[in-house]
Structure formats: C-alpha cells, structure tokens
Design a protein. Structure first.
Length: 348
C-alpha cells in the first residue's frame, strides 16, 4: 500500500515541527481544549505525535539526533501546568498529580519517558520535576504497578476511582516496556486487567461500541452508559502491542462502526462524542488507520487513508494530535508498534 502522498506527509511533518521545534512548545499552534480533563486535552497532542518520532528512530537510528530536540520540547511541554493542573482545578483533587490515580496523565508520561530511555539510553531529565516534587521513571512505574496490583478492578483508576480502558492500555504498554528496560516483572499484572476487560467490559450488543470504557468506582463492573466508538479504536490500537491476536478479533467486530463510501472509509462517532470533546470522526478514523496498518489490514488502511489524506493537507482542527496520528500511521508496518514496545521479545 502506498503511504500518504509526499505532499501530505511533508505537510504533517512541517505542522509538527512548528509545534515542537523551539525551546518550548508553540502553544499557538495547538488546539485549545474546553477542559484539560477531557479527551482533546493538551497531553494527547504531545504523547501521541511523539509515537511517530519514536517509531521513526526505531526504523532509522541515524535520525535520532535530529529528532531528539523535538522530543525534548515535548517532554518539557508535558511538565507544564497546562497538562496536569486540571487534577486540582477541574477535579478538585488535593494530592500530587503523580502520587495516585490520575492514570490519564501519569501513565502517558511514563510511557513517553520509557520510550525516550529506549531510544537514547537515558531519560530526558535525571528526575521528573513537577509541582514542587520529583520522581524518576522507575519510581513512577513502580507506583503505578503497585496501584494496579492492589486495585479491585485490577487496573489503575483515573477520576472518581474508575478504571478506564484507554488509560489502562498505557499500563499494559508501560509494564512491558519497563520490564524490557530494567528486568522487572510488572507485566505479570497485565493478565488480571485483561481478564477484567474480557469478562466485564465487552458489550454483548450487535451494534454500536464494542466496549464499555469505564468501570464503577473500585470495581471491575462496567458503567453501562460509558461506551464510545472513539474509545474503541483508541484502546484497540494501544492494546495491539500487547495482545495482537485478541485485538485482531476485537477489531473485526469493531469494524461495524466504519462507514465505507466508494473507495474511502471513516469511523462515524456519536454526536455526543464530538460535542463533549471525547472523540470525532477524524480522530477515530486516524486511530483506526493506525490500527489497520499495525495488524496488517492494508486494504482497510488504504480506504481510511483516502478519507484522511485531503484532511492532512488542510490540517485538522484537532492538531497537532490528529496530524501526528496520521504521520504515525504512515510510518507503521504490520507489527511495528508491538516491536517498538517489546522489541520483538514476544516473537522469540
């Protein structure tokens, strides 16, 4: 399958470069979310485009020194209050943002830092300095693992002691990544959470979203109103690095929410998802594009690409997030994300 056209790829790369090429992020280039606790938040505009950079380094280590300054700027952006102060200002939590729960931020910061260590053999800074306190990647990962292993849901919670499918997908990733980097056995905690997903978070409905994306507080039982087409494709891509065979099966079922129009295809999300900054057709389609490339469904990926390509040239309202995902999809080949996380260990 052909990649994004040269012009579209160049447009996405330049858009990201403008965001991350200074000493600090050029926030004027970023979508401004209504609330940082929601899914269009600034942290996503940093962590997910970074995956395209980490994958590029994996494919071509000779580019790492050109890409490293961009990743350093992304890291500094992740530590800015705009990325974590919602914990206090929007949720009225009083604990340190990396102390407990808050997996939506802490898990993504951990995954980013682990991938940075993997790429450069050292973290972006000796210690993570945030809101008057410090920690390390290893300490943060251990804290999250401890929360996971002591949780009634078998996952780390975010808001209101509820465990979210998309956020705990990052726990799965970080546990495996940390084990590979430091010889721990955090990945043993993945199976209990995946059992929660299998036993409690899969909907029996023949239409609509595949998963419930959130549990009840301190429980593996789902909140049945919490289901989203956008969350499905987001979580499935992240989980594809850990349980690819299971994700292939789930993806086939989730494709009932992909709309084909001629030679192109896109994901259609519910109206409330866009209104509440949970997802959008463009965002969900970009996640589905990445997923289709990762699991080798290249004909479907080509159809999703045809929908996204003209939009990449124009730029998305939700940038740099969606342009970053399109660039990630362009860089992916079957199994590449899995190899980025576990370096092919599971294949040996």
């Amino acid at each position: 399958m052909q990649s994004l056209s040269e012009n579209a790829t160049s447009a996405a790369e330049e858009r990201l470069r403008l965001c991350y090429s200074g000493q600090n992020c050029d926030w004027e280039q970023f979508y401004k979310p209504k609330q940082q606790m929601l899914n269009f938040a600034t942290r996503y505009h940093l962590v997910y485009p970074a995956l395209a950079y980490f994958l590029t380094i994996k494919h071509d280590p000779g580019r790492k020194e050109r890409i490293r300054p961009l990743l350093d700027t992304i890291y500094r952006g992740l530590l800015e209050p705009r990325c974590w102060s919602y914990w206090h200002t929007e949720l009225n939590e009083t604990t340190w943002p990396l102390q407990e729960r808050n997996l939506t931020y802490a898990g993504r910061l951990a995954t980013f830092t682990g991938l940075y260590i993997d790429a450069f053999d050292e973290p972006p800074a000796e210690r993570i300095e945030l809101d008057g306190r410090t920690t390390t990647y290893r300490e943060l990962s251990h804290s999250l693992w401890e929360q996971m292993t002591s949780s009634p849901s078998c996952g780390v919670s975010c808001y209101n002691h509820q465990s979210m499918l998309m956020c705990n997908a990052h726990m799965l990733l970080n546990n495996v990544l940390h084990d590979r980097l430091f010889g721990t056995s955090f990945g043993s905690a993945n199976a209990p959470w995946l059992k929660t997903v299998q036993d409690h978070l899969i909907r029996s409905n023949e239409s609509g979203p595949l998963f419930f994306f959130g549990t009840k507080p301190d429980s593996p039982e789902p909140v049945e109103q919490m289901c989203s087409v956008g969350a499905d494709f987001w979580a499935l891509f992240l989980m594809s690095a850990i349980v690819p065979e299971r994700v292939v099966e789930w993806f086939r079922r989730a494709q009932r929410n992909i709309v084909h129009e001629g030679e192109s295809a896109h994901v259609r999300v519910a109206d409330w998802e866009a209104q509440q900054e949970f997802s959008s057709d463009e965002l969900a389609s970009a996640w589905a594009f990445c997923l289709a490339k990762e699991v080798g469904e290249l004909e479907l990926a080509a159809c999703l690409q045809r929908y996204l390509q003209p939009l990449v040239l124009e730029g998305f309202e939700l940038d740099p997030y969606v342009s970053g995902l399109c660039l990630l999809g362009d860089r992916l080949e079957p199994g590449a994300f899995r190899r980025l996380i576990d370096n092919g260990i599971a294949d040996r």
